[in-house]
Design a protein around this ligand. Structure first.
Ligand code: HEC
Ligand code: HEC
Length: 342
């Protein structure tokens, strides 16, 4: 392949900062994000009121659960691990197999799953409509709009887009601080982008090509078939994870590196998209040193969002505001701030 042609498209490592884009139909406001955060951690969204999104996506564990695979309502293991949600707003498809396209679309899935939260989304809406506290929060976030699950999803997705991870050693290095990476991490970076070929799929600011590949990892328990492709996982914060691969089959980063070094573990007759690498023990250590440099220090987007929809556009004014009102203020005046102490 001509070096010139390659250089134009060569995948590379890039720093990450700021916040993920918000869809035009769901612009962020602080009121919406606050509501989404409340809902995310509230068991009102589960059948037996015993679980919430945060049961599996625990804030203190970088929105993972600390387990190899997620734990079901029926006290048994699910087939996949709980992914962390940091930087999820930058994902271009959702779930390990990309079967969902947007964060908004994802929110109902764990409720509809009998082993995850087990609640009809319509029932969730009925519960919320009957809760004075939420009626108030919704009226602040979505003045004048009837509470529906679509609004629940918009709020939760807006909260998820505030969860980020960057300012890692690699970001600092890529932004010009040469001593941000140790010598071992620099050697690891050379392997990552060279001999070990990781950069082929793990590239760009998230260290993923946002594509799907078969790397020789199969679904557990006979679900799926050999050759099924999975989303290239972002490698940011990879050393903070509790298990690796969609099925949580690998417990240590060293096992992952051995897997790649072997050229995957596909069954006979099925060709994975990776080849044996012939890495020495020192090279494997260097790769791990590089991966450790992907742990982020900043975990929340800079908060520059407007407080409520009134500041976004005048069109979202609630019905209670006289049509003649020319004020740019949100009509969602808080006449009773007691909810703050709830
Ligand atoms: C029982 C544990 C559990 C609960 C409860 C749970 N999740 Fe998850 N979550 C998972 C698992 C497991 C996956 C991976 C599923 C897959 O890829 O098929 C996942 C995947 C996701 C993803 C996709 C991440 C990515 O990178 O593709 C998002 C977003 C998400 N969950 C948000 C939520 C929200 C919002 C809630 C609450 C409404 C929730 N989860 C409740 C276990 C859980
Ligand atoms: C052909 C594309 C491809 C190449 C090359 C590749 N990966 Fe991956 N990587 C993937 C895909 C796809 C997944 C998700 C697999 C799954 O979930 O079953 C993944 C998952 C991982 C994970 C697990 C992340 C997690 O949390 O589960 C690590 C770590 C990883 N890769 C590191 C590397 C390293 C290091 C290299 C180079 C030695 C490399 N990858 C080369 C595509 C690739």
């Amino acid at each position: 392949m001509a070096a010139v042609g390659l250089a134009a498209t060569a995948p590379k490592l890039e720093p990450l900062s700021g916040g993920p884009p918000h869809p035009p139909e769901n612009p962020p406001t602080q009121a919406k994000i606050r509501l989404g955060e409340e809902l995310f951690f509230d068991s009102i969204l589960s059948g037996g009121r015993r679980r919430n999104c945060g049961t599996c996506h625990k804030r203190e564990l970088h929105f993972m659960d600390g387990l190899s695979r997620a734990w079901g309502l029926d006290e048994s293991e699910l087939t996949r691990k709980t992914p962390g949600l940091l930087n999820v707003g930058w994902q271009r498809s959702i779930f390990f197999d990309g079967r969902v396209k947007t964060l908004e679309e994802q929110v109902s899935k764990p409720l509809e799953n009998h082993r995850e939260m087990d609640l009809d989304p319509d029932e969730a809406v009925r519960r919320i409509r009957g809760d004075r506290y939420y009626v108030r929060l919704f009226s602040e976030a979505f003045p004048g709009e009837e509470i529906t699950f679509r609004l629940v999803a918009k709020a939760v997705a807006s909260f998820e887009r505030t969860l980020v991870s960057y300012d890692s050693d690699l970001d600092r290095y890529l932004l010009g601080q040469d001593d941000a990476l140790s010598q071992a991490a620099k050697r690891g970076m050379d392997l990552f982008t060279g001999k070990a070929q990781c950069i082929r799929c793990h590239n760009g600011p998230l260290l993923t090509d946002h594509d799907f590949h078969f790397t020789g990892v199969l679904e557990r328990d006979g679900h799926g078939k050999a050759g099924d492709k999975y989303k290239t996982q972002s490698l940011r914060d990879v050393l903070r994870r509790y298990s690796y691969m969609h099925n949580g089959r690998m417990m240590t980063i060293r096992q992952v590196i051995e897997h790649y070094d072997r050229g995957g573990s596909a069954p006979e007759g099925v060709q994975a998209e990776i080849r044996p690498l012939g890495l020495s023990d020192e090279e494997k250590d260097d790769l791990v040193a590089f991966l450790r440099a992907l742990n982020g220090r900043v975990h929340r987007v800079p908060d520059t969002f407007p407080e409520g929809p009134g500041q976004l556009a005048d069109t979202a004014a609630p019905e209670s505001v006289p049509a003649s009102s020319d004020s740019g203020e949100s009509g969602a005046a808080v006449d009773d701030p007691s909810y703050l102490n709830r």
